[in-house]
Design a protein around this ligand. Structure first.
Ligand code: ADP
Ligand code: MG
Length: 704
């Protein structure tokens, strides 16, 4: 690392960790309330950044006040009126040199307060005026009665307003933060980032940034601060993003130190599978399989994410990869987040692999007793070459003979921890299995970089040929009756349809149509059709039987909850109706819609909504009408919802940033990545300190 990166002294690092308990006013009760919000060290207080600021650096003449614009004024009490018309009320009229009067109005007050406001007393107050009965008034201003001797000097800095912490008054919180800031180490000891690098980006030092946030000068760029684009904010976000990125990269590096079985076979088994498939692989599938195959041939573990839109054909790529493990005499495991999906994978893999003489075993939570013992024995002996299942695969007591490849489907439904648990199943003499993670929820490129710094990413960015894009229409719920005709028409052509309800139970408060009710209504309206119901509260066996019947074409219309959301594959289904579509997120709607349009027939997705639509819901529905491209939808989702929701805390913990906001700060990510690589190569110890400062105890994946 260049000398400019003068690493902080240890005293500074420990200042970060100093407990708040040392501060005056931090009694046990206050500490407890702070801890409940995750604040326990001085650093936590430094990073408890203001929500907004109040400008008490100037006085505004009363005449110049504007309704809706916060200001500080000073005046002399002209009249005091205490009333009890409907509830207690105190009105204080103050006037100043501008020959105008302002009313201060209080609904809650103590008699002591009333006494303070003597006619002729000098009062300074701050608040947002509004139009009252007699000109402008401020309701519950913050105020101070100035003593005769009080010169009433104005401050030089804006007053921070902090996010409230339950059980702690704003004044107490402010005092604690002031003390914490007074203990900020000097610039050199605090700084961890290379100064030439910060200069290059035009960003301030950490100390300067923190002070600029907590104590902005009166001429600070408030608009930039409010928008989160102030250099001080970008500086803090940069370091935080860097810390998270480094921590993911560290995990990656730690994993790479392990060995993994190099699967270098001829690929004969994969070739046989490919030849036996009723279709040709798309170019994208071939390319991604080649990448996977290259990774698997290495003696260090693969950690690859395959992104592919719904229906892009990820399963077959997974199956081909599994064949490389089997050919080498080893095992592969495929885990799916729901039983329904896992069962479908099982059916696909059995159909594809058993003709090749490959033994596929099934392990889910409901496999119990003797059956379970048999499966576990087969998994442990290696007789089971490919094991398909749910998270049950990752539980204790499941021991593989020689697991070479762990495949996780739709990983966004799993926590990072679960993913790691499956990896650990292979740990024998330091060797870990290769990992293939598949997701149909594409995330925008910039985000992928941040979220998956520990993964290599491939994209199956092409759909199998012959698919007609799904036509999407949005209809108000009142037009529900028209849909009966649509369903009849589709089924008359031998097609099948989904009707998706967003709740299982009827509920008074929520407008959502319960699946059960809908099922009964639809059955009554279309007695000639074979209609079935599937929801999450049904017994697994019944659910499976219903799905199977639908898949085999024995059911025309499937009324379902979102249990069918991910991965369910019935190519003959060409119509989907989603009720209360306005309640679902873009990604989820796109997933749902992906259940149709899997065959060659033109398919339709009808999004039923309950008016009036919020602006956000309108935009979501419009996006879905306009595009079928999961990547475009992901970008839009990011724009509309922000990354926290998009990624989900479970997936990455990325939603837990203190300062950074991925949507807002996405432009910093390329620099973050660049600096991360440099630090890891040139100054790994410094990288660790940056991680420790920001991710610290939360570096829970670091041991992975
Ligand atoms: P997803 O990527 O959503 O998991 P699947 O793996 O379930 O998609 O594949 C969707 C459907 O497309 C399946 O019926 C699968 O057999 C079929 N499929 C996969 N690849 C191709 C291909 N290259 N050509 C035609 N059909 C394909
Ligand atoms: Mg799938």
């Amino acid at each position: 690392m260049p000398a400019a990166a003068s690493p902080a002294k240890d005293s500074a690092v420990s200042a970060f960790d100093q407990p708040i308990a040392r501060l005056t006013g931090a009694g046990p009760r206050v500490l407890e309330k702070l801890a409940a919000r995750g604040l326990s060290t001085l650093q936590d207080l430094w990073l408890h950044l203001p929500l907004r600021y109040e400008d008490r650096t100037t006085l505004t003449p009363i005449r110049a006040l504007q309704a809706g614009v916060a200001a500080q004024v000073e005046g002399t009490v002209e009249a005091v009126e205490r009333g009890f018309r409907y509830r207690p009320m105190l009105r204080v009229a103050i006037g100043d040199d501008s020959q105008a009067t302002l009313v201060l109005r209080f609904f809650h007050f103590r008699s002591q307060q009333v006494n303070q406001f003597r006619v002729g007393a000098r009062v300074r107050c701050y608040g947002t005026p509004r139009a009252g009965q007699h000109g402008l008034e401020i309701v519950h201003p913050s105020y101070r009665v100035l003593e005769e001797s009080d010169a009433g000097e104005l401050g030089e800095q804006l007053d921070p307003v902090y996010p409230a912490i339950e059980g702690i008054g704003p004044a107490t919180l402010r005092k604690l933060i002031v003390q914490a800031l007074d203990r900020l180490p000097d610039e050199a000891s605090l700084e961890l980032l290379p100064s030439e690098w910060l200069q290059g980006l035009g960003l301030p030092s950490l100390r300067t940034a923190l002070l600029a946030m907590h104590r902005p000068a009166r001429d600070a760029d408030l608009a930039a601060l409010a928008a989160g684009t102030h250099p001080a904010q970008r500086r803090l976000a940069l370091e935080e993003l860097l810390a998270h990125h480094l921590s993911l990269r560290r995990q990656r590096i730690a994993l790479q130190r392990h060995r993994a079985p190099a699967l270098k076979g001829q690929g004969a088994l994969a070739k046989r599978l490919q030849d036996a498939l009723p279709f040709e692989l798309t170019g994208a599938q071939q390319r991604v399989f080649a990448q996977v195959r290259h990774d698997l041939a290495q003696p260090s573990p693969m950690l690859r994410l395959v992104q592919g839109d719904v229906g892009s054909g990820k399963t077959v790529v997974a199956a081909l990869a599994a064949m490389l493990a089997v050919e080498a005499g080893k095992q592969a495991a495929l885990a799916a987040p729901t039983e329904l999906l896992a069962e479908q994978h099982l059916a696909n893999l059995r159909a594809w692999l058993e003709p090749l003489g490959v033994r596929v075993a099934w392990l889910a939570g409901k496999v119990t007793g003797k059956a379970r013992a048999t499966v576990l024995a087969d998994v442990a002996s290696g007789a089971a070459q490919v094991v398909v299942g749910t998270h049950a695969l990752m539980q204790e007591g499941v021991a593989f003979h020689d697991l070479a490849l762990a495949i996780v489907d739709e990983q966004h439904r799993f926590g990072v921890h679960q993913r790691l648990a499956l990896r650990e199943k292979g740990a024998s003499d330091d060797a870990v299995p290769h990992q293939l993670v598949m997701t149909a929820t594409p995330i925008p490129r910039t985000l992928a970089m941040a979220a998956y710094a520990d993964l290599d990413v491939s994209a199956i960015d092409e759909l199998p040929p012959g698919r007609t894009p799904v036509q999407t229409i949005a209809l108000s719920g009142e037009r529900r009756p028209e849909l009966v005709e649509r369903i009849r028409a589709a089924c008359a052509e031998g097609r099948q349809a989904y009707w998706v309800c967003t709740l299982i139970d009827d509920s008074d408060e929520v407008v959502a149509q319960a699946a059960q009710t809908t099922f009964e209504q639809l059955s009554a309206a279309m007695p000639e059709l074979r209609i079935a119901l599937v929801h999450g509260r049904m017994k697994a066996g019944d659910k499976q039987a219903t799905m199977r019947a639908f898949k085999q074409g024995d059911v025309d219309l499937l009324v379902a909850t979102t249990v069918i959301e991910v991965g369910v594959d019935v190519p003959n289904a060409s119509l989907m109706i989603v009720e209360n579509a306005e309640r679902l997120g873009l990604a989820q709607l796109h997933q749902l819609r992906g259940r149709v349009g899997r065959g060659a027939t033109a398919s339709t997705c009808v999004l039923l909504y309950q008016p009036p639509l919020s602006q956000m819901a309108k935009q979501r529905l419009a996006t879905l009408r306009e595009t079928n491209d999961g990547f475009v939808i992901a970008e839009k989702d990011l724009e509309l919802r922000g990354p926290g929701e998009l990624l989900g805390t479970r997936q990455t913990g990325l939603a837990n940033f203190r300062v950074a906001d991925l949507a807002r700060d996405a432009a910093l990510l390329p620099q973050v990545r660049e600096l991360a690589e440099r630090l890891l190569h040139e100054s790994p110890a410094l990288a660790d300190r940056i991680i420790g400062r920001w991710v610290g105890g939360a570096a829970r994946y670091a041991s992975a």
